[in-house]
Design a protein around this ligand. Structure first.
Ligand code: NAP
Length: 244
């Protein structure tokens, strides 16, 4: 597939490490002007050292007002990936209200915040755009000790459908990718225990976790014109886990 993001300004949140970081590097390689937002400066510094054409911005997406100010300064944006998220594992009976707020602030509320600023400007410019929200298989399947994370990703899937409905008439497409486990920092948090990992792999028809690059491939597709009629989907990257 021939892909070029030449002339496009692309905002990626949570690009300091993991999937977001690999995505930022790939999009830059495909000619896009990538703006990488993340929380920890040292991760952004190493990203900029790896690819000096990527603009890095340190921001805590939990903060509604300062995030709005930051994103307004980055306009115009042609393509947006809401990738940043947190996972705080605890059993349902132990859910801590502070963890709930922190999780929903990043995994859902910041997606609304950043997407509002970016899509209002896309509408004003009249050029359309593509937004990819990074969800999870956890939006559609119950995972032990993941109650708040699962709920935040289920809400993200449904938010995405409404965005697709309301922004579609402006030629702005909104979709999610829904990966299975990927062994990033977040993946290691939940799935380093060999017994847990084996049990999850046993439920994945392809018998393995996803690689970071496999998630990046699907996001690139959804950002590109190759998916120009795709709007409002939740795309599993799960080796068939959700097919059962
Ligand atoms: P990761 O390695 O933990 O990276 C998450 C990134 O988000 C980090 O760069 C982190 O910044 C940033 N971030 C978190 N909170 C932030 C905040 N308040 N403000 C700004 N940036 C913030 O996780 P990942 O595995 O790459 O996850 C990427 C996406 O894939 C997430 O949406 C996740 O839910 C989804 N996903 C992951 C898996 C998996 O198994 N890994 C499976 C399905 C879906 P720092 O630099 O401070 O860490």
């Amino acid at each position: 597939m021939n892909i070029s993001f030449e002339g496009k300004r692309i905002l990626v949140t949570g690009a300091g490490q993991g999937i977001g970081r690999a995505l930022a590097l790939r999009l830059s390689k495909f000619g896009g002007k990538v703006i990488a937002i993340s929380r920890t400066k040292k991760h952004l510094d190493t990203l900029a050292a790896e690819d000096s054409s990527i603009e890095t911005i340190q921001a805590n997406l939990e903060n509604w007002d300062s995030t709005r100010d930051t994103v307004k300064k980055l306009l115009p944006i042609d393509l947006l990936v809401n990738n940043a998220a947190v996972a705080k594992l605890e059993s349902f009976l132990d859910i801590d209200p502070e963890n709930f707020d922190a999780t929903f602030n990043v995994n859902l509320k910041s997606v609304i915040n950043v997407s509002q600023i970016v899509s209002k400007n896309m509408i004003d410019r009249g050029k359309g755009g593509s937004i990819v929200n990074v969800s999870s298989q956890a939006s559609q399947a119950a995972l032990k000790d993941h109650a708040v994370y699962c709920a935040s990703k289920a809400a993200l899937d449904q938010l995405t459908r409404v965005m697709a409905l309301e922004l579609g008439p402006h030629n702005i497409r909104t979709n999610t990718v829904n990966p299975t486990v990927v062994m990033t920092e977040m993946g290691r948090l939940g799935w380093s225990d060999p017994e847990k990992a084996a049990s999850m792999k046993g439920k994945i028809p392809l018998g393995r976790f996803a690689e970071v690059d496999e998630v990046v491939d699907s996001i690139v597709y959804l950002l590109s014109d190759h998916s120009s009629m795709v709007n409002g989907i939740t795309l599993p990257i799960d080796g068939g886990f959700l097919a059962q």
